[in-house]
Design a protein around this ligand. Structure first.
Ligand code: FES
Length: 587
């Protein structure tokens, strides 16, 4: 039996520690009999119940979540590591949110999935957990749930797909779809060309291989210290992903023995590190709501102003789509996230002492990280964007804030004044955008209403509205777009998102009319509707929300309790940590 010395200098073994799972398996009475006996029907031997750490493997495997479809194999490698380290693994499923299939949007179910995770962890004989995350919402939902329980926890991401290959060039998940769709609408490619690309884009197991939301969140958990080095970028099908899974199995057993709970990792310093890393990698705008929500679960007060303040001076040094040229496979071969974090440390933009699940500090684990390709991971003086963080805009159009991602936007549109062309819903946009008589040109500002958390419902990824064909045909590829919705992390453009409060709650966005002038000034963080207060008050008198209240079910719960974008879109009753106290026995 393994023995170790704890922080107080005491000699410890699994027997002296007496873990949480002993409340189920460690009693020689009726309850112990019940809990052990039914588990034995799986062929589990007696020594599994001898007091060793029980490791939960929280699996989001699903054939409806193609990005996570390889997770059963991944779990086997974690189990091997757990067993080698003297723990006992028990795999269990939780709600799996697949971005490409779920309607109305996977975001609608993120909080529900987090509740599943939280209650599954608290109600079961689990001493620590490995969170198997991949597709966009599976990472925040699992981390949010685990944070509200506060057991030792470690994230293992499934890894990105191999680069898409199409007629001699690389194409990226999502980003390639938006580009090819624009080319089709502009008449540059045929429908046959377009359909051919479909099979070339997703050619291995894994999640989107652009710096979309899945890759961003895999990077965020590594930057937070919740995952081992290289979690973000090792391709899903690279054998080193399985070696990493084995190492995760070893580490979670150590974390349980050392009682390193998730709250010891998720400190304010950890979140500040992650926000800076997001700027350096040109990460997804979705990370803003997810990190605010995760921070809320552990009682760390992170808000939009932190995003703006911390990201402002961070150059985007990673040249990955959608902001740049390369893909996640290239990122791993270039040195992966440790090389990026090392550069931030050398710039003085890293809390070096932040603790990580590796047992080393944030700096110790990257101090020697090599960079093999400065085309992919650029030096700071050759950055894609000097100020790469998320810019937070305020003004009479967004009193609660709105965001824009400068690294994915057009520099010549960062300061722009234009005439509003208003779409009252995403269906209204779809019905009219291809109309050759639509009164719009590239100087206009496209405005989309009712795509926010309550309005859609679920906070739709529709903010990157495609441009009108008549504009695309003239070679124009970007216009200013404003909405209260989100956009896919794989998308790009001068797209103002997350406008709060949202239109469905009577936010000023609801009052914009065709022909109003709108001023966007990113350097001065300003988003202004050039309409007098008196006129806005008059419009408000005549305004009623077109969004019907759901009559019941989960949709009702969602619309009653969801917080606005600037608060992370969590449910008001889920904010905070409720701990891991063992629930009462019911037999
Ligand atoms: Fe799953 Fe993009 S659809 S990560």
């Amino acid at each position: 039996m393994r023995a170790w010395v704890d922080a107080k200098g005491r000699l410890m073994t699994d027997k002296t520690r007496r873990y949480r799972s002993a409340e189920w398996f460690g009693k020689n009475d009726k309850d112990g009999f019940l809990h052990r006996s039914w588990m034995r029907n799986q062929g589990i031997p007696s020594h599994a119940f001898d007091g060793r750490p029980i490791v939960g493997i929280c699996n989001t495997w699903s054939e409806l979540t193609p990005c996570n479809a390889h997770f059963r194999t991944l779990a086997e490698h974690v189990k091997r590591g757990v067993l080698e380290a003297g723990g006992f693994p028990l795999e269990f499923p939780v709600t799996s949110l697949g971005e490409s299939n779920l309607r109305p949007t996977a975001m609608f179910l993120r909080n529900l999935a987090s509740m599943d995770v939280e209650e599954s962890l608290r109600g079961n004989p689990i001493d620590g957990v490995v969170l198997l995350c991949g597709c966009d919402k599976t990472t925040p939902s699992l981390v949010m749930g685990a944070a509200s329980v506060d057991l030792p926890s470690i994230v293992l991401s499934g890894g990105p797909m191999l680069n898409g290959k199409y007629r001699g060039r690389d194409i990226g998940s999502g980003t390639g779809v938006w580009q090819l769709t624009d080319e089709l609408k502009a008449g540059k490619i045929t429908l046959d060309d377009y359909m051919d690309a479909e099979a070339c884009m997703s050619r291995s197991a894994g999640h989107c291989m652009t710096m979309g939301t899945a890759s961003t969140m895999a990077s965020m958990v590594e930057a937070l210290g919740l995952a081992l080095p290289h979690n973000a970028a090792i391709p899903a099908v690279d054998s080193r992903r399985y070696v990493l899974a084995n190492a995760v199995g070893h580490r979670i057993v150590d974390l349980i023995r050392e009682d390193v709970r998730i709250s010891k990792i998720l400190t304010r310093e950890a979140f500040e590190n992650a926000i800076r890393v997001n700027g350096a990698i040109g990460g997804s705008t979705n990370a803003v709501v997810h990190l605010i929500a995760i921070a809320g679960r552990v009682g760390v007060d992170i808000g939009l102003d932190d995003w703006d303040r911390l990201g402002k001076d961070i150059p985007t040094i990673l040249d990955l789509q959608p902001s740049g040229r390369f893909l996640m496979e290239d990122f791993y071969y270039a040195g992966g996230l440790p090389a990026v974090i090392r550069k931030l440390g050398e710039m003085g933009a890293l809390h070096r002492d932040a603790l990580t699940v590796s047992g080393k500090t944030a700096w110790e684990r990257v101090a020697d990280a090599p960079c093999y390709d400065e085309e992919v991971i650029r030096p700071a003086d050759k950055a894609l964007t000097a100020s790469g963080g998320i810019a937070v805009l305020r003004g009479n159009l967004a009193p609660g804030g709105a965001i824009v991602k400068p690294s994915a936007a057009s520099p010549d549109l960062m300061v722009h004044r234009g005439r509003a062309v208003v779409f009252e819903s995403i269906e209204d946009y779809r019905a009219r955008i291809d109309d050759p008589d639509l009164d719009i040109d590239e100087t206009c500002v496209m405005v989309l209403k009712y795509a926010g958390p309550v309005g859609y419902p679920g906070f739709a990824e529709v903010g990157n509205m495609g441009l009108p064909p008549k504009v695309l045909k003239r070679g124009i590829r970007d216009m200013v777009r404003i909405s209260d919705g989100r956009m896919s992390g794989t998308a790009y453009g001068t797209v103002v998102l997350h406008t709060a409060p949202e239109a469905a709650l009577g936010g000023p966005l609801a009052l914009v009319e065709n022909g109003d002038m709108i001023e966007l000034d990113v350097p001065n963080r300003r988003l202004h509707l050039e309409v007098t207060d008196e006129e806005l008050a008059r419009r408000r008198e005549n305004w009623t929300s077109p969004v019907a209240k759901p009559a019941g079910g989960y949709a009702w719960l969602f619309s009653e309790h969801v917080l606005q974008a600037d608060k992370g879109v969590d449910f008001d009753f889920l904010v905070g940590c409720r701990g891991s106290a063992v629930p009462r026995e019911s037999h």
